[in-house]
Design a protein around this ligand. Structure first.
Ligand code: SF4
Length: 688
């Protein structure tokens, strides 16, 4: 019994599946995961988890895990020892830098990796390679929201906490599906609805779970959110229903914003969006009548050619109505991956160093150069989108990528994989032989979150520590260790022996995190940035002004970018998103037998009207064709979608992978792909 006791352990970790950042104890016996036990003191979730957090972990013991480095030799992978793999990577990168310059190399960090690993990767790019070519996957999702918040309010993070959302009198959810993408957060909303009569207003083209439960569901035409939001803003301003005192005291740019709103009359909004005058007025009244309002949004807003400006329209609306800086209010772009927030916070961006400090600022560069003992590159680097273009143009020769599945996740997958084929040298740090890793010259086996220590930052800017539940499987290693060894082979002198030391270095360079220490994050303790020297943190931002000139926020003038129109041949709009049981492209959850059995294959949702028109029924096989590719799927007939709208979950890595269909069009300010702006035609292969 004593032996058994010793082998049974319980370890605290933080979930790797979404930005809610649930934390819990994981019970293990040797490598077997016995159970996941959420605890009351878990700051984001208390005793809740969703199905992924509770049951989504068996992939760590999958026989498909990479347990030894792989090197491509004569067109096939062979197992090698770490020494050989790392020598090869360092040697090839040195050669490429020598002959083509540092900007011929780029790095892509991962929002599934820890803050410490992301900090090291941007330090590796900047101080070892000598390039600002570093980005992360928030480019695919929430960069437009970050752009809007930074340009209106100042900070690129949710303005409050999940408890504020639960405390609000009205929650406005636009282009987001929290019930499947952020399940525990959605449970909080449902509970507040039930227990306190919290009102819920949803703007979405699909009748998702929250839309079905909303007090008001507004269903605009695809890609027209900015128009109905601007019309609602006009109603509020025209009738004096905005918060004049707040605007006078705290916000500048009212007249320019008002001017930019002029075209978006109620009549125009009715025509363009299909949302009626009655509904627009009801939205305005609901916002007026609520004392505390939280605005939530996600990819249904951001992944459009006008994603940044629609995000700005939401921020403007929150400012105009004084719905920031008080408990129960605020703006909340829901971060997708568990550490999207942290990857940006810790400097994995081509123009920003850790703490959102600009690479263009000489004094900032000097501070980092002193700490790192290396002059830093000055100009902004390539973002993810530009990296692919630069590979095609022949300027970018090598890519180092950790934990990102760009062959499936980037828009216009064919264009991306052709770029990967063109590279002189591709290094991938991964847990499985992902689709992207199949193009690599060297694959370095990395450890998933359960096998490492470090910190993650969730959607509410909350930094939490994860402890090591299991030892790394086989010869796999945490990404930070891989980066340290690689950097030292390329002339660096990095002596980190634990993520704690990396965190300590990062926070000394970042005012935003000044008071963060490893010890202050012990157990279930957490800190929400900004964290001051004395260790006090900031669950609610903007209680006393904005981190901008004169402590004032500003309204950003807005203008609608019409969604890309396709030729008439492509007559159906195709939307896509997450499903509850699977995470993203499925590399992890599709290797968890319990989850895979539940929803083994992806599908396309078709409205009853369209099914009738095309004479197809549930289970029919269809082929969707866009200007960029085609996929084959099974039809599910449901009133979650209406008319000529289709929806597919984005979790298929095979014949139904969404990015076989998407194009390269993108948000104009941030180059986030416009995944949601897509038209297709449908061919019926088999009617039932
Ligand atoms: Fe994990 Fe998100 Fe589910 Fe929480 S809600 S258990 S963070 S996937």
């Amino acid at each position: 019994a004593e032996m058994r006791e010793a082998r049974v352990r319980k370890t605290k970790t933080v979930c790797t599946y979404c930005g809610v950042g649930c934390s819990f104890d994981v019970w293990t016996k040797d490598r077997k995961i016995l159970k996941v036990e959420p605890r009351m003191e878990a700051p984001a979730n208390q005793i809740s988890t969703c199905v992924k957090g509770k049951f989504g972990w068996d992939f760590v013991n999958s026989s498909e895990r990479l347990v030894k480095p792989l090197v491509r030799k004569e067109d096939r992978f062979v197992h090698v020892e770490w020494e050989e793999a790392l020598d090869l990577v360092a040697g090839r990168l040195d050669e490429i830098r020598e002959s083509h310059g540092p900007d011929a190399i780029a790095c892509i960090a991962s929002s599934k990796c820890t803050n410490e690993e992301n900090y090291l990767m941007q330090k590796f790019a900047r101080s070892v390679i000598g390039t600002n070519n570093i980005d992360n996957c928030s480019r695919y999702c929430q960069s437009p929201a970050t752009w809007a918040m930074r340009n209106t309010m100042g900070y690129g993070g949710d303005s409050g906490s999940i408890t504020d959302i639960a405390r609000a009198d009205l929650v406005v959810v636009i282009g987001a599906n929290p019930a499947e993408s952020h399940p525990v957060l959605s449970t909080r909303i449902r509970r507040a609805q039930k227990m306190r009569g919290q009102k819920l207003l949803v703007g979405d083209i699909r009748k998702n779970d929250l839309a079905a439960r909303a007090d008001l569901w507004v269903k605009p035409a695809p890609g027209t959110d900015l128009v109905w939001l601007a019309a609602v803003s006009n109603i509020l301003l025209d009738r004096g229903w905005h918060d004049e005192a707040f605007v006078d005291r705290w916000v500048e740019g009212l007249s320019d914003w008002k001017e930019s709103l002029a075209p978006y009359t109620v009549e125009y909004a009715e025509e363009i969006t299909g949302v009626s005058r009655t509904e627009l007025e009801r939205v305005a009244r609901m916002i007026r009548d609520a004392d505390r309002v939280c605005f939530l949004w996600a990819m249904g807003v951001t992944q459009h050619t006008g994603g940044s400006e629609t995000s700005a329209a939401i921020c403007n609306l929150a400012l105009a109505t004084g719905q920031v800086g008080r408990p129960g209010t605020g703006v909340y772009p829901l971060r997708g991956h568990n550490n999207v927030q942290g990857a940006g916070d810790f400097g994995c961006a081509p123009d920003l160093l850790p703490g959102y400090q600009s690479v263009a600022d000489e004094s900032i560069r000097k501070k980092f150069a002193q700490a790192w003992g290396k002059e830093l590159p000055t100009g902004p680097g390539y973002d993810n989108f530009t990296m692919i273009e630069k590979i095609h143009e022949g300027d970018l020769k090598a890519l180092i990528l950790k934990g990102e599945e760009i062959a499936l996740v980037d828009a216009n997958a064919g264009h991306v994989t052709r770029a990967l084929e063109k590279l002189d040298f591709l290094v991938v740090q991964e847990v499985f032989l992902s689709e992207t890793a199949k193009y690599a010259d060297v694959v370095l086996p990395a450890s998933p979150s359960l096998e490492k220590e470090g910190t993650f930052t969730n959607t509410e800017r909350r930094i939490q520590r994860l402890s090591r539940v299991l030892s790394p499987l086989g010869d796999s290693r945490p990404d930070w260790e891989i980066l340290v060894d690689l950097a030292n082979r390329m002339g660096a002198d990095w002596n980190y022996s634990h993520p704690k030391e990396i965190l300590e270095e990062a926070v000394t360079l970042t005012d935003l995190m000044a008071g963060v220490t490893w010890e202050r994050l012990d157990g279930y303790q957490s800190l929400q940035w900004p964290v001051h020297f004395d260790g006090s943190d900031t669950p609610l931002l903007y209680t006393d002004g904005f981190p901008r000139p004169g402590a004032k926020a500003r309204f950003l003038p807005v203008s609608w970018t019409e969604p890309l129109r396709f030729s008439e041949e492509y007559d159906l709009h195709l939307n896509n998103g997450r499903m509850l049981e699977h995470f993203h492209e499925g590399n992890m959850t599709q290797r968890v037998p319990g989850l895979e059995e539940k929803v083994p294959k992806t599908y396309v949702e078709i409205s009853p009207d369209l099914a009738r028109e095309r004479q197809i029924s549930e289970g029919a096989q269809v082929r969707l064709v866009s200007p960029w590719g085609a996929v084959k799927l099974r039809a599910v007939v449901t009133d979650r979608v209406q008319g000529k709208e289709l929806y597919i979950p984005m979790n298929d890595a095979g014949e139904g992978a969404i990015n076989r269909l998407t194009g390269s069009h993108h948000d104009k300010h941030t180059r986030t792909p416009a995944y949601k702006e897509l038209s297709v035609r449908m061919e019926v292969l088999n009617r039932s």
